[in-house]
Design a binder for this molecule. Structure first.
Ligand code: SF4
Length: 244
């Protein structure tokens, strides 16, 4: 099975809602979340799209079936589709992006930058989110550079880095120094694990806001004026609930 026939492993499709983080924060969007990830971050907040225990929930879907759902949710009005995961770069998303582009939709993709695909250049926004030390993962900077090479400067491309502590902050500064041409979005980490069911989304909002204040203090003390510091808006609004 190749090209337009390839199935895409989908964890969930939902919206319209708003993008809750990073460069597109506040923008109405439909999320297409793929299943599967080559990482396993200690604080992952989308385990239902990562952990193989949820594999039975992931559906292999055709471009047409995904698109029918995106059009139903958006009412046929073009908007930005957020491709998320897991790591959506694992999936064969090129034909879906071409299909949507022909209908006036735009695409934003977030990935940790471990896998590069040729279709990155057809995105409108590429969010590269290398994972800091607190995740327990190690960044392959060459792989991240490959992602940039594949994007070929066509999509708007940014770095988004979750920060829990001083080591993460140092990592963010290192990443920004490696890629000085990329805008940097810093995001205070959210320790709260996702709830076992959608009705019980409890988040340590005070902890998130304390970390936000600490991070704002770090950036301003350092005179790191190119950085943007943003909380996860959807977490403040809805906790870690799925499907919003
Ligand atoms: Fe979760 Fe993202 Fe880490 Fe994958 S890369 S385990 S989706 S936080």
């Amino acid at each position: 099975m190749t090209g337009a026939d390839a199935r895409i492993r989908i964890s969930e499709i939902f919206g319209p809602t708003i993008q809750g983080e990073g460069v597109l924060i506040g923008q109405p969007t439909v999320f297409v979340r793929t299943g599967g990830c080559d990482y396993r971050c200690g604080w992952c907040d989308t385990l239902h799209a990562v952990d193989s225990a949820y594999r039975d929930e992931w559906k292999p879907m055709s471009v047409e079936a995904i698109w029918a759902e995106v059009e139903r949710l958006s009412g046929g009005v073009p908007l930005t589709v957020s491709l998320s995961g897991g790591n959506p770069a694992i999936q064969p998303l090129g034909p879906l992006i071409e299909h949507g582009n022909r209908r006036g939709y735009r695409f934003a993709l977030e990935t940790q930058g471990s896998i590069a695909k040729g279709w990155f250049e057809n995105l409108d926004t590429l969010v590269l989110s290398p994972k800091p030390p607190s995740s327990g993962m190690e960044t392959d900077w060459h792989a991240l550079q490959n992602c940039l090479d594949m994007a070929a400067s066509k999509p708007q491309t940014v770095l988004k880095i979750v920060v829990f502590d001083d080591a993460d902050y140092a990592f963010a500064r290192h990443a920004a120094a490696r890629f000085p041409h990329l805008p940097v979005y810093l995001q205070p980490g959210n320790h709260t694990p996702p709830p076992p069911d959608d009705d019980e989304a409890v988040v340590d909002i005070d902890g998130v806001m304390d970390r936000m204040l600490w991070l704002v203090g770090k950036v301003t003390e350092d005179r790191w004026f190119a950085a943007r510091v943003l909380p996860q808006l959807h977490v403040l609004l809805w906790g870690n609930r799925r499907g919003v």
